[in-house]
Design a protein. Sequence first.
Length: 82
Amino acid sequence: MYPTPEEIKQYIQSGLNCAHITVAGDGQHFFATIVSAEFSGLRLIARHQKVYTALGERMKAEIHALSFKTLTPEEFAKQSAS
């Protein structure tokens, strides 16, 4: 059985302090926008590693495909204003 977008959202939130998160998908392919102050000062690869750490073994076992955008709260506010 594949996870739901809501379950993936909960998985990420359980391991990462998120200011905002949305997850959409069809059960096999998902896209998430993740906003966290923990991303401040980090390069893209380090941000992605934090998300993968939060998901743990689920990335290998449950989640077939996940793409995501990682933003700091400031970056998200700037993007939302545009």
